[in-house]
Design a protein around this ligand. Structure first.
Ligand code: ADP
Ligand code: MG
Length: 369
């Protein structure tokens, strides 16, 4: 008998999540840590819309997902039946999964989307609404003004310049990902700076406003004070709003320091609780000018860097798998996460992996073989 966990399409960390779960399972059972917990083996299914063989090849079974929403439910029904799936982890389309939660759970599987209802995703996706919600709950969050036109932004910048102590301002899209569209305004920036050194993210406001005014449909922006940092990215395993395990990554230059305490860490945990997270999620904070951490955003999904946290001894994807499959209780997860942590410093690298054009673990290939 086998316990079957299905990781549906996620972001690039889906690969790290699969390998973390496999390592954790093997290690746990080799160490005989959980020898009395289950005699079953683990089957990992991974699926993706695209031919992401570098991800899919790591699982025991690889499936290609249908592209259309309308075909997804039947695909889930068929897969659950064929492989006896016990638990599904949804990486994309959380709103769709939430609207089908009852029907999916009725198939006898547990479903993890990052939250327990669609509202949390809506709040998390809109950085202005998220900030307002955090304020309502008395959690410190970056002051966020929504900008709906180039003229409004011009006025805000002009008003800020009149202040005795003008704030350093920056913007990002109200809905966004990957840090795309984040820019700092700098009156002393060389007009070419944004083109010659885009990674510095500094732009002369006049130049930005000029480009913004040409834009057809206005995508709303968040105007914020620039926070000097350090920045924290806190990865967590949460069960219905209760944080079971967490590791913070303090980002300093190209290094990340893995921690499990401190003001930013505690703030991130409170945010996850207020947002009623469920599963592997991530909260980001940055220290303000007074050295106090404030919330930047919550991602109700695993972060791109979740795999790095493994170097602290706490394997969050592994704990998630054993928890969602019912092998470990909430109390056991918490205990393991506390006892296995030790601080570590990591340096993310980009690496190349072999990409095989065929998937040995794809059922369609097995039929052909
Ligand atoms: N107010 C701010 N001050 C300084 N840096 C910021 C601020 N807002 C965002 N950033 C930087 O931009 C990055 C992306 O912002 P974030 O809120 O995480 O949005 P997303 O990751 O969804 O694009 C952050 O990781 C941080 O480095
Ligand atoms: Mg972010």
């Amino acid at each position: 008998m086998s316990l079957t966990l299905w990781l549906m399409e996620g972001l690039s960390s889906q690969r790290d999540i699969i390998s973390s779960i496999k390592t954790f399972w093997e290690k746990s059972f080799c160490n005989k840590t959980f020898i009395n917990k289950t005699s079953k083996s683990l089957t990992l299914i991974a699926s993706h819309r695209n031919q992401r063989n570098e991800i899919l090849s790591l699982a025991d079974i690889a499936l290609i997902e249908p592209r259309e929403d309308a075909q997804r439910f039947q695909f889930i029904v068929d897969t659950v039946e064929e492989y006896g799936v016990n638990a599904i982890h949804a990486g994309r389309n959380p709103q769709w999964f939430e609207s089908h939660r009852a029907a999916i759970e009725a198939l006898g599987v547990s479903l993890t989307t990052g939250a327990t209802d669609a509202n949390s995703f809506e709040l998390a996706d809109d950085k202005v609404e998220f900030a307002a919600y955090m304020q309502q709950h008395a959690l410190p969050v970056v002051a966020s003004v929504q900008i709906n036109s180039a003229d409004q932004l011009r006025d805000e910048i002009a008003q800020n310049r009149q202040l005795p102590q003008p704030a350093r301002l920056c913007v990002k899209p109200v809905t966004g990902i990957y840090g795309m569209g984040f820019w700092r305004f700098d009156d002393s920036a060389n007009p070419m700076a944004a083109f010659t050194h885009p990674d510095n993210r500094k732009v002369h406001p006049d130049l930005y406003l000029h480009a913004l005014a040409q834009q057809g449909e206005f995508a709303p922006l968040v105007l914020m004070p620039y926070l000097p940092g350090p920045e924290y990215s806190v990865d967590m395993l949460v069960s219905k709003g209760k944080v079971l395990a967490a590791v913070a990554r303090r980002k300093e230059g190209s290094l990340q320091y893995l921690e499990q305490s401190g003001e930013a860490y505690q703030l991130a945990l409170r945010c996850a609780e207020v947002m009623q997270g469920d599963g592997l999620i991530n909260v980001q904070t940055r220290h303000n000018d007074d050295g106090v951490p404030v919330l930047l955003e919550i991602n109700m999904r695993p972060s791109g860097g979740i795999g790095y946290t493994r170097h602290s001894g706490v394997n969050l994807p592994g704990l998630f798998a054993l928890f969602t499959l019912g092998v470990l209780s909430a109390a056991e997860v918490t205990e393991i996460a506390k006892n296995s942590f030790s601080p570590a410093v990591v340096r993310p690298l980009t690496e190349a992996v072999l990409y095989s054009a065929t998937l040995e673990n794809s059922p369609s290939n097995k039929v052909n073989a």
